[in-house]
Design a protein around this ligand. Structure first.
Ligand SMILES: [Fe+2]
Length: 293
């Protein structure tokens, strides 16, 4: 504090003033498998209680027992509200329709084994699936008459040749923690996404791609290659960078209308089918509860 004791014995703070009674607001932090969570709230419960066992174990699955190493980071600027991005992350139903790369190369289709976990608050979710490499061509998509049929082949298939990291067959797992945290495992591409609201129609996504300190050079190279699947120009997720902006423009012209989120019913519960918007309904349930709506 400048001139705390005044100048030439005059002015300044009184002797009774105690600096320690006027410190900056303290950020409460919690460490979890190399991640750091923070809150200015005194009322937030400990991180393990906030997440609950089911969500914690899914973060543990990806990160625990190893020391993360940052492979790269960048910020993606989205032309939409942060809540539209969180809806996108939580919606397992759009991924194999919007992201043509997924279905073209059969990385994520809704007929694969998988499930959705929604915690009791509704705010956190996990979506996971397993590629069945022995499966026949997925006929469900042909029946829907959506743009999933293709004879395309990757010129360099090494992009998708990863290593068995978790020994549970799960090749894709997305975890979201209310309100703005995402942990992604797509094959061996692991990333943390921190969603930062900047304006009503502007959101930053801070991406951090990670590997682990004990990765061999081959594993490190695989992670970096597969990192091309995600991010603003990602083979899979490039569409997520603009689709929120399209939705936001549509909403602006329909402020008196309501969205329908009834895929999979009206509850916000875990389900073995990923043809559901349960985790999106869960997000709004938690949002309304937190905002007193
Ligand atoms: Fe997406």
């Amino acid at each position: 504090m400048a001139f705390k004791d005044g100048v030439k014995g005059k002015g300044g703070m009184p002797d009774t003033f105690r600096m320690q009674d006027h410190h900056p607001r303290k950020l409460r932090i919690a460490l979890l498998h190399g991640l750091i969570f923070g809150s200015f709230s005194e009322d937030v419960p400990p991180i393990e209680a906030y997440l609950g066992e089911e969500i914690s174990s899914r973060i543990e699955r990806v990160l625990s027992g190893r020391t993360p190493a940052v492979l790269g980071r960048f910020t993606q600027v989205l032309p939409n509200n942060w809540k539209l991005y969180m809806e996108n992350v939580k919606d397992p139903y759009h991924a194999s329709i919007l992201h043509l790369f997924f279905t073209t190369f059969e990385l994520n289709t809704l007929s694969q084994d998988g499930a959705i976990i929604v915690d009791d608050s509704g705010g956190h979710h996990v979506s996971y699936s397993a590629i069945d490499r022995e499966a026949q061509k997925d006929l469900e998509y042909a029946k829907q008459q959506i743009r999933s049929e293709s004879e395309y082949k990757l010129a360099d298939p090494s992009l998708l040749q990863g290593f068995d990291e978790y020994h549970d067959g799960v090749t894709l797992q997305i975890v979201s923690v209310f309100p703005t945290f995402v942990l992604q495992q797509i094959q061996n591409a692991i990333a943390v996404r921190q969603i930062v609201p900047r304006a009503i129609d502007k959101t930053d996504v801070n991406w951090t791609y990670i590997g682990f300190t004990d990765d061999t050079p081959e594993k490190r190279l695989t992670r970096i290659k597969q990192g091309n699947l995600v991010g603003p120009a990602g083979y899979i997720s490039m569409e997520d960078g603009c689709v929120g902006g399209f939705v936001q423009l549509g909403i602006a012209g329909a402020s008196g209308q309501e969205a329908v989120l009834e895929m999979g019913g009206s509850q916000a519960q875990s389900s073995e089918s990923r043809v559901t918007e349960a985790s999106v309904r869960g997000f709004w349930k938690a949002y309304r509860s937190n905002m007193g709506l």
